[in-house]
Design a protein around this ligand. Structure first.
Ligand SMILES: Nc1ncnc2c1ncn2[C@@H]1O[C@H](COP(=O)(O)OP(=O)(O)O)[C@@H](O)[C@H]1O
Ligand SMILES: [Mg+2]
Length: 283
């Protein structure tokens, strides 16, 4: 999560989800991973699914929208009502398999997103959000029983989507492209995390510098790392700028199958970041 767009939220989600579900690189087994596309822009869905498969899922309402409201809900942003049904569909009815675990287990499942989520976002002001929160809570509870790790790709705004994800997350990865104004974005995120977790332990933030030069460290990054408010939250490994992390499409162009230059270096970089994150979250 980051309130800024274009900082690599989707790129990081896709590659972490992919590598954790596939790589036997962490002294144990690959993990059972669930990736949730919780952004109406559905970039993660497009990155992982061929268009035909995506549109077929959307037509069957197999998207994160069905977690929040029933299919038959009237999707008028000014009238959206969540009727009596406080139970979301079963996870098995919503997920699509991106990668089935091999003999060592693991695997990657996706819950796709849809532009129709915008109806919920637009209607939010007039909305009774309680049923949505309750459905999301039950849905995450089931997901926790089925998967080792759940990654939620959020959209860049403070909305019911970011609120529900935060409330049910143990950790928040905050991708940050070090630039002059990124400090403010990080401050905002840390405040948002604190404010949205009333009555429970706040999620632990992990600042991941992304898209940074392969060599050296920018003065902006150094300043943020040295800031007492942020130091403890900064991951020591950064994700560097590599072509091999770009243009994911339809489940292809993962860094380990990329033919782009420096793919091996990019994979090494991703592995270091993933290992550090797994250690930080106590896995
Ligand atoms: N480490 C990286 N190296 C090279 N390009 C990157 C990297 N991280 C992100 N990008 C590129 O930056 C753009 C924005 O990334 P994206 O993941 O879509 O951001 P967000 O989800 O935060 O809006 C994309 O074109 C993506 O390919
Ligand atoms: Mg995105």
């Amino acid at each position: 999560m980051n309130m800024k767009g274009g900082v690599g939220k989707t790129t990081v989600t896709m590659h972490l989800a992919g590598i954790l579900g596939r790589w036997k690189a962490f002294g144990s087994k690959p993990l059972r991973v669930l990736a949730i596309d919780y952004d109406p822009q559905f970039n993660l869905s497009q990155a992982l699914l061929p268009p035909k498969e995506y549109f077929s899922l959307e037509k069957q309402n197999k998207t994160v929208l069905s977690v929040l409201v029933d299919d038959e809900s009237d999707l008028d942003p000014f009238k959206i009502q969540v009727p009596g049904n406080l139970n979301p569909p079963k996870i098995g009815d919503l997920v699509t398999s991106i990668y089935k675990g091999g003999k060592n287990g693991g695997g990657l499942d996706l819950i796709a997103s849809t532009l129709d989520l915008m109806y919920v976002a637009l209607g939010e002001a007039n909305l009774n959000v309680k049923p949505i929160e309750e459905r999301f809570a039950k849905f995450i509870e089931e997901a926790r029983s089925l998967y080792d790790i759940i990654l939620i790709d959020c959209h860049p705004a403070g909305s019911i989507f970011t609120q529900t994800s935060l409330r049910h997350s143990d950790h928040v990865v905050i991708p940050v492209v070090p630039q002059r104004y990124s400090v403010r974005g990080i401050g905002l995120m840390l405040e948002f995390i604190g404010a949205k977790s009333v009555g429970k332990q706040p999620a632990t933030p992990h600042i991941l510098f992304n898209n940074v030069p392969r060599i050296g460290i920018s003065s902006e990054e150094a300043t943020i790392r040295a800031d007492r408010k942020f130091t403890a939250h900064c991951m020591s490994n950064s994700l560097k700028k590599f072509k091999a992390f770009t243009e994911p499409e339809a489940g292809r162009n993962f860094v380990w199958s990329s033919g782009k230059p420096y793919s091996t270096e990019a994979l090494g970089n991703l592995l270091r970041v993933s290992r550090e994150l797994v250690t930080r979250i106590g896995g």
